[in-house]
Write a protein that binds this ligand. Structure first.
Ligand SMILES: Cc1cc2nc3c(=O)[nH]c(=O)nc-3n(C[C@H](O)[C@H](O)[C@H](O)COP(=O)(O)OP(=O)(O)OC[C@H]3O[C@@H](n4cnc5c(N)ncnc54)[C@H](O)[C@@H]3O)c2cc1C
Length: 592
C-alpha cells in the first residue's frame, strides 16, 4: 500500500479558495481571536505529519494483530499506546475542545480535516480519540460544572478516554426499550446495573481511566425514548482532589471478533451496581446524546471519505505502474511489454469516480462543519437558527451518503488492483472491511435516511430543506456564463430535488409507508445534488487558474466528469423513489 500523504493542498483549496472560511471565523467573536488561515495551515500541516508518521504505520499491523482480551483487560495492538500518547501530547484529542477546560478551541472546519487524516491513516486508531471527543461534547453541553471540572481537562488532554454506552443486546436502533437501570442513592449518585454491547473503546490500555457515558432508566421512568437518562460512569472512581481512587463496578466481559476495524476494541460492558452521576435532568438522556450526535455523525461520514481517500492514493499509484494490455487506441508505453492500466477507460472510470466522490465529500463535510461552527458560535439568533436547521437537515446526508460512497470508492480501489486487491498484503481489502462498519454504527444508514425524509423533511414541512435549496438557487442564478456547463445541470438537479421533496411531503401525508419506502433513494438524490453544488463551487474557485497550475486543471476535469458521469445517477434514483411503497408490500412475511 502506498504511504499515506495527507491531502493538504486539497484541504487548503476547500477551506480557503472554495469557502473562504477565514471570513466566517473573523465574523464569529469566539473564533476571531483563536484562528486564522495561517494558524489553520500550521495545524493541518502538523496533523498531516503526526498521522502519516506515527499512526499510519500501525494500520496494517493493527489489523493483523487485533485487540486481545484477558480476564477483563484489553490490550490494543503493539504501538497503539505509544502512538496514542504522542497524539494526546500534541493536543489532538482536544483539538475542537473547549479552551476553558484545556481544549484547543478549534472550529469544526479544522477538526474535520484532522479527523479525516487520522481515519485515513488508521480508522481503528482514530476511533479512540473520536469517542473521547464525542463524550466530552455531551459532558460540556449538559453536565454540571462540577462534573465538567472533574472530567473534561484529563479527557481533552488524552490522559483519560471516553466511551458511549447506548446499545444493549435487544436494543440498538430502538433505544426506548433499553433495560439498564439507574437507582438513586442518598449521596446524589446512582447505582447503574445492566449490560451494554458493541461498546467502542469500552476497555483498553491506552489511558489510565475511561469515562463511560451510559444511557439508563430511572425506576419511575416513563416507557420509551422519553424515559432515558444519561450518566457518567468512570472505570476508576476519581477522588475529590482529582487523583484516581477505587475501581468502579464496571468490567469488560469480552470483545467482539469482527470483519474490520480490528485494532478498535468493541466491548461487552457489564455494569454491576457501578457508581454513576446524572448528566442533565432525569429523562433528558436522549436529548443530551443528540448534542454529540451531529458532530459524531459527521465524523462517521468523514470515516467514509477517509477510507476512500486512502484507497485512491494507493490505486492511482498502482494504476500508473501496473502494466497490462495495450490502450484501445494503440500502444502508449512503446518501450514496455504493455501499457500502464491507467490508459484503460474502465480503470479511468473507477479512478475518477473515486476522486470525484472523495473531493466532493471533502467539500461537503467541510461545508457542514462550517454550519456547525455557525450554529455554535454565531451571536445572531437568526443566523444561528438557520445554521442549526441546515445542520439538522444535512447531518443524516453527510453520515449516510459519505459512507455509502466511501464504500463504493474503496471497492473501486480494490478492483483496480485486480486479484491483488483481494490479497491482504496490498491493503485494499482491509479498507473495504474497515469502512463497512461506518454504514452501520451511529445509526444505520437506513435510519439516517428515515431521519432525513421523516423528521427533517416531512416533520418540518419542508422548511429546513428550503434553506438549502434557496442557497443553491441563489448561487446558480448569480453565476456567470463561464460557469454555465456546471450551473445548468445544477439548476436541473435542484429543480428535480424540489419536485421530489414536494412529492415526499404529499405522499407522506397519505401513507406513512411512503416515507420509509422512498427514504434511502431520496437521501442519495439529495447527496448527489449536494455534491453537484460542491462541484460547481469548486469549479468556480478553479476557473481561470487552470493555465497556472495543473491542480486547477485537474479540478475542472473532475468537475466535468462528475456532471457527465455521476450526477445522472439521480434519474434512476428519482424513478425508484416515485415507484412508491406498493411493490414492497406484495409479499406477506411467509412468502419471502
Ligand atoms: C463495531 C461496532 C461498534 C459499535 N460501537 C458502538 C458504541 O461505541 N456504542 C454503542 O452504544 N453502540 C455501538 N455500536 C452499536 C451500533 O450503533 C448498532 O449496532 C446500530 O445502531 C444498529 O443496532 P442493532 O445492531 O441493534 O440493529 P437493529 O436495530 O436490530 O437493526 C437491524 C436492521 O433493521 C433496521 N431497522 C431497525 N429499525 C428500523 C426502522 N424503524 N425502520 C427501518 N429499518 C429499521 C436497521 O436499519 C438494520 O438494518 C457498535 C456496533 C458495532 C458493530
Amino acid at each position: 500500500m502506498a504511504d499515506y500523504k495527507a491531502p493538504l493542498r486539497d484541504m487548503q483549496f476547500v477551506l480557503n479558495e472554495v469557502f473562504e472560511v477565514a471570513k466566517l471565523w473573523a465574523e464569529l467573536p469566539a473564533l476571531a481571536e483563536t484562528v486564522d488561515a495561517d494558524t489553520a495551515a500550521a495545524i493541518l500541516e502538523e496533523a498531516g505529519k503526526v498521522t502519516a508518521g506515527s499512526i499510519a504505520p500501525l494500520n496494517r499491523s493493527g489489523d493483523e494483530e487485533g485487540c486481545q482480551w484477558t480476564d477483563g483487560a484489553v490490550s490494543t495492538p503493539a504501538g497503539f499506546p505509544e502512538a496514542y500518547r504522542t497524539y494526546a501530547e500534541g493536543g489532538w484529542v482536544g483539538v475542537g475542545g473547549d479552551p476553558e477546560f484545556g481544549g484547543m478551541g478549534m472550529p469544526k472546519a479544522i477538526s474535520a480535516q484532522v479527523e479525516e487524516m487520522v481515519h485515513s491513516a488508521n480508522m481503528s486508531f482514530g476511533l479512540y480519540p473520536m469517542l473521547t471527543a464525542g463524550a466530552c461534547l455531551s459532558l460540556n453541553a449538559h453536565a454540571s460544572e462540577e462534573l465538567k471540572q472533574k472530567y473534561l481537562p484529563n479527557m481533552y488532554a488524552g490522559v483519560w478516554a471516553g466511551s458511549m454506552c447506548l446499545t444493549e443486546p435487544h436494543a440498538g436502533t430502538d433505544l426506548g426499550i433499553i433495560r439498564t437501570k439507574a437507582e438513586p442513592q442518598a449521596d446524589g449518585s446512582y447505582r447503574i446495573s445492566g449490560t451494554k454491547i458493541f461498546i467502542t473503546g469500552g476497555e483498553h490500555d491506552l489511558t489510565e481511566n475511561i469515562i463511560h457515558l451510559v444511557l439508563a432508566k430511572l425506576p419511575d421512568a416513563p416507557a420509551g425514548p422519553k424515559g432515558i437518562s444519561l450518566f457518567v460512569v468512570p472505570k476508576v472512581l476519581v477522588n475529590a482532589d482529582g487523583s484516581l481512587g477505587e475501581r468502579n463496578a464496571v468490567s469488560c466481559g469480552s470483545i467482539e471478533h469482527k470483519m474490520g476495524i480490528k485494532g478498535s476494541a468493541t466491548c461487552v460492558m457489564n455494569f454491576d451496581g457501578a457508581t454513576g452521576w446524572i448528566v442533565d435532568a432525569p429523562n433528558k438522556g436522549l436529548a443530551a446524546m443528540f448534542t454529540m450526535m451531529n458532530y459524531e455523525r459527521l465524523g462517521v461520514g468523514i470515516q467514509g471519505l477517509a477510507a476512500g481517500e486512502r484507497s485512491y492514493q494507493s490505486a492511482v499509484e498502482y494504476a500508473r505502474e501496473r502494466i497490462q494490455s495495450r490502450a484501445p487506441t494503440g500502444p502508449v508505453a512503446k518501450d514496455k511489454a504493455a501499457d500502464p492500466i491507467i490508459v484503460h477507460p474502465d480503470v479511468r472510470r473507477m479512478l475518477l469516480t473515486m476522486k470525484a466522490l472523495n473531493e466532493g465529500g471533502r467539500a461537503f463535510s467541510s461545508y457542514v462543519a462550517m454550519q456547525l461552527d455557525t450554529a455554535k458560535f454565531s451571536e445572531d439568533a437568526t443566523t444561528r437558527k438557520r445554521a442549526e436547521e441546515l445542520v439538522a437537515l444535512l447531518t443524516p446526508v453527510a453520515k449516510a451518503f459519505l459512507t455509502d460512497v466511501g464504500l463504493e470508492a474503496c471497492v473501486h480501489g480494490q478492483q483496480i488492483f485486480g486479484g491483488h486487491g483481494y490479497i491482504r498484503e496490498w491493503g485494499q481489502e482491509q479498507l473495504v472491511r474497515d469502512v463497512r462498519i461506518a454504514q452501520i454504527y451511529e445509526g444505520t444508514n437506513g435510519i439516517q435516511a428515515l431521519d432525513l425524509a421523516g423528521r427533517k423533511i416531512v416533520a418540518s414541512g419542508g422548511a429546513f430543506y428550503k434553506h438549502f435549496a434557496d442557497e443553491v438557487k441563489a448561487f446558480a442564478n448569480g453565476a456567470g456564463a463561464e460557469l454555465a456547463e456546471f450551473v445548468e445541470p445544477l439548476k436541473a438537479a435542484i429543480a428535480n430535488l424540489d419536485e421530489l421533496t414536494a412529492w415526499l411531503l404529499e405522499q407522506g401525508k397519505a401513507n406513512p409507508n411512503e416515507i420509509g419506502a422512498a427514504s434511502v433513494e431520496y437521501l442519495h438524490v439529495f447527496g448527489y445534488t449536494a455534491y453537484a453544488y460542491m462541484w460547481a463551487l469548486m469549479a468556480r474557485a478553479a476557473q481561470g487558474k487552470e493555465g497556472q497550475d495543473e491542480f486547477y486543471a485537474s479540478k475542472l476535469g473532475i468537475a466535468r466528469f462528475f456532471f457527465a458521469r455521476l450526477l445522472p445517477r439521480i434519474h434512476s434514483l428519482t424513478a425508484s423513489v416515485k415507484a412508491g411503497s406498493e411493490s414492497l408490500y406484495l409479499l406477506d412475511a411467509a412468502q419471502f
